[in-house]
Unconditional design. Structure first.
Length: 391
């Protein structure tokens, strides 16, 4: 029988939310155990585009939304962490781009007027031209306008690796989770039969959280999935591009990020409107053909002749929203010792950790002197989206 473990905070789900929270808590002297049933970051996190939004995208309406305000501070917090002097020491995590760009291919003046009128954007956007343009847009045939947003793009696999290093001995590969009850009160979890007692239990299991809640006999908070059908392209003709291409609507027509593949080539990873509703209904071959048409129309100078293509289906997991409103903050619900949430964006992982830490502070939860952990089986690293499908 495996030994019983006591810890201050037991976290389930090692995506960016669980890993970031875990590192913050350890830095504050809490003992933690972070349980992962599959691979570190392998859910949504290493399939994300790695954009550390500052909210500019959400101001496309011109209307100031909650999203624009709540997320505005995230690029600064991430920059400080990446420089090694923020709330976490993320020095060594690879920064793919100092900026994300907004690219309007034609005459979208109306759209951009309201965009620039928005307070969320003022002072954080500069138009770029000529040699300042992203490499993929540097061609004499390029007619559009390009704006540089004060947002970063990070290499998520190196982030996950760093956060895993900061997790020390606290990572635990575990499949089966059952409630650990004392007089009907949740005091911990049984992970693969091993009792883990904790002052607080945090579920940050992304799309797995709904099933975990069911296993604990709870039906709230309700979760929603937003399916995406992403496109992946790899080839020598692809130069780095980190940009939302505007299509006149409130969502970017296509969002391109560029990632280094293990073989040294660049991979374009494409989302945005093309990967949402209609894209989800397309078969992979049809989705690839749609993306090829888009790129050929928007960037006809890019040589796609030797490009390999693939698609990836992945769901975003978020708290249930009413109507069409998009989640604009990290979300956390509380029930006794149990805290449950979703960051709703990679960029908002710091906000998720803040909310948990605020809850611990409010309840007077302090680090307790707890015996060192026994050696625990470790989960493997997640495989990035762009390595899963391409040879
Ligand atoms: C295609 C795509 C692109 C995106 N691009 C961006 C972007 O550019 N910028 C941005 O800010 N956000 C982006 N996002 C959103 C972002 O990826 C997510 O909000 C974020 O990664 C969620 O992190 P998480 O830790 O909550 O979930 P996840 O990364 O999904 O992690 C949850 C973890 O819990 C584990 N788990 C599940 N069930 C159990 C269980 N029963 N027991 C133990 N462990 C369990 C899973 O295996 C997984 O490792 C994107 C999302 C997608 C899908």
């Amino acid at each position: 029988m495996p030994s019983v473990i006591s810890t201050d905070v037991l976290i389930v789900g090692a995506g960016v939310a669980g890993l970031w929270l875990n590192a913050r808590l350890r830095r504050q002297g809490f003992s933690t155990v972070l349980v992962e049933s599959a691979s570190l970051g392998g859910g949504q996190s290493v399939k994300s585009q790695g954009i550390i939004h500052g909210g500019a995208k959400y101001a496309l309406h011109g209307a100031l939304t909650g999203a624009s305000e709540a997320i505005a501070d995230m690029p600064r917090r991430w920059r400080e962490a990446l420089a090694g002097d923020g709330e976490l020491d993320l020095s060594g995590v690879r920064l793919l781009s100092e900026a994300h760009y907004l690219w309007s291919p034609g005459t979208l003046a109306g759209n951009l007027t309201s965009f620039f009128a928005s307070k969320a954007v003022r002072g954080r956007v500069d138009q770029v031209k000529g040699e300042q343009l992203p490499p993929a847009l540097q061609d004499k045939r390029f007619k559009g306008k390009v704006y540089r947003l004060a947002e970063l793009v990070i290499d998520v696999p190196s982030l996950i690796q760093r956060l895993a290093d900061l997790a020390g001995d606290g990572l635990l590969a575990g499949q089966t989770i059952e409630p650990l009850l004392e007089a009907g009160v949740l005091v911990g979890l049984k992970v693969d039969g091993r009792e883990i007692r904790a002052q607080r239990i945090v579920l940050s299991a992304g799309a797995g959280t709904a099933d975990l809640l069911t296993a604990l006999g709870l039906s709230h908070p309700a979760m929603q999935r937003r399916p995406l059908h992403m496109i992946i392209a790899k080839g020598p003709g692809l130069k780095p591009l980190y940009a939302h291409c505007l299509g006149g609507g409130t969502k970017p027509r296509i969002t391109v990020t560029t990632h280094p593949a293990a073989d040294g080539q660049w991979v374009w990873y494409m989302g945005g409107d093309i990967a949402e509703s209609e894209g989800v209904n397309r078969e992979p071959a049809e989705q690839i053909a749609t993306a090829q048409k888009e790129i050929s129309q928007l960037l006809p100078w890019i040589d796609l002749s030797t490009t390999q293509w693939a698609t990836l289906r992945v769901d975003r997991a978020e708290p249930l929203q009413t109507g069409l409103t998009r989640p604009d903050n990290a979300f956390l619900a509380e029930e006794g010792r149990l805290l449950v949430g979703w960051p709703t964006k990679l960029a908002l992982a710091p906000d998720f950790a803040d909310r948990v830490i605020a809850s611990l502070q409010r309840d007077g939860i302090q680090p307790q002197a707890i015996a060192p952990l026994p050696p625990l089986p470790k989960p493997p690293m997640g495989v990035p989206a762009w390595e899963q499908l391409l040879p």
